[in-house]
Design a protein around this ligand. Sequence first.
Ligand code: TNX
Length: 548
Amino acid sequence: MRRRIRTTFSTVGIIGAGLMGAVLALGGCTAAPENGDAVTGIIPAPVEFDLTDGAPFTITTETRIIANGDAARVAETFAAQARIATGFDLPVVADAVAASDIVLVIDADAGTGEEAYTLETGADGVRIAAPAAAGLFWGTQTLRQLLPAEIERTDASTPPTGGWVAPAASVADAPRFAYRGSMLDVARHFLPVEDVLDHIDRIALLKLNVLHLHLTDDQGWRLAIDAWPELTGIGASTSTGGDGGGFYTKDDYRRIVEYAAERFVTVVPEIDLPGHTNAALSAYPELNCDGIAPKPYEGIEVGFSSLCASPERAEATDRFLADVMTEVAEMTPGPWLHVGGDESLATSEADYLDLVRRITAAGAATGKTVIGWHEMGASHELPAGTVGQYWDFTTPRDRSAELTTSFVEQGGSVVLSPADVAYLDMKYPDDPDGPLGGKVGQLWADGPTTLEEAYAWEPTSIVPGLAEADILGVEAPVWTETIATAAELEFMVFPRIAAIAEIAWSPIPDGGAARDASDFHVRLASLGTHLDALGISYRKVDGVPWVE
Ligand code: TNX
């Protein structure tokens, strides 16, 4: 007998087997799992997840990873970590298959779209099939969660008590949205390259496929631009609170882009214009209407800086725009270039429209598709396909809905980041003065924000008039005015980012019913064991049966 569990009405989690006895949560009931003892619970929930009655799969010293061509690249990424955790050789070979092997195969019939995949685990091995390498990679992320959490370890000294077992299972999966993003604000506080790489690995576990880097703001310009060296020479000298500066060299940035690409994550660079530009203005007086460079800024106010729309500054400003966009686009293989556009409160409406036209034209001239925050929808001269990023609340206020649908009317699409549920810098409710001393996190977006609030929203119900096809995807930004270290960042991001990842990937229940938060909690407890093994300091929010 095989139990078929479709995400559209239920999902499965098996928690803490071997540690606290296996418990299977199935549509709200609990029952003992029928195969294997693994710690299981997939987030985001796969479209179809069947636990079968067969014997489980075990990684042994004999296990090889069988892969050819594009599949071999994905196999190597999986093997590199699995070798560290298991201490086994796990060679990647193109060979005949044995029962102890993990097979990765490109197969046009294994689903629809580049990110779809199927996964079969059991006593006769693991088989992941997908129409393209991206799907194979997401299949390995599901396998990562089916295996004991020790698979995340950075040394082989603590093997799991029950062995490297994955339960016998069958998965057929594909994402709901093409764009599933995490945004890091590296401008308010700089984040070193190694921490960004760690973040990429963690979001890939959740099948997020976009890393949006908010690279410039009033407090700092964090990416080297050869033609305008003082952007980082002066503009990267400090941060919010005067906590020290920092920037990415072009090689640093390329390293981030390559590490992300190996994990099928696309980097979206953001140069925030025409407001949020104090760092650039402090570096180059000729970009200021009065020709005087302001001091570097270390506060947390928004909306006081602007590029200059005056004709006297047009030559310098347009040269700046063209140089910056060209250099950023040259180092960015992905299709998107984010040009900001938010909170330009120090720019008159006429100047804003003029500058947005010039900014977006400079972005589009590089061949990239431009993305802007929803305020940019005020312009009716947006380049073809421009994407709007919505950041107002789950119930739109003022003109935010109409500014957002403007992108669709001009032939573009929308990424949804409703601030009251998807901004990961909002405080947790049970942590007003928590482990981080109350310094970390903001409240302005209807905060505090619970895990359940982050989980309980539906993308098609936010902006009236937006259909499923108008929505490119979903993104969870984390702004860092109050977040100074990687540990503080982890604490704010996890576990709420898991809720956003599920909204971005997993289908809505049949008939449009709400997602089942208690089922999510059970699977999150299982994911928590992986976060623990990764050494992530995350907020153990109430209501989740975390495994101690
Ligand atoms: C709003 S919403 C901002 C950021 C701040 C953030 C703090 C939007 C596009 N911009 O400038 O950092 O709030 O939560």
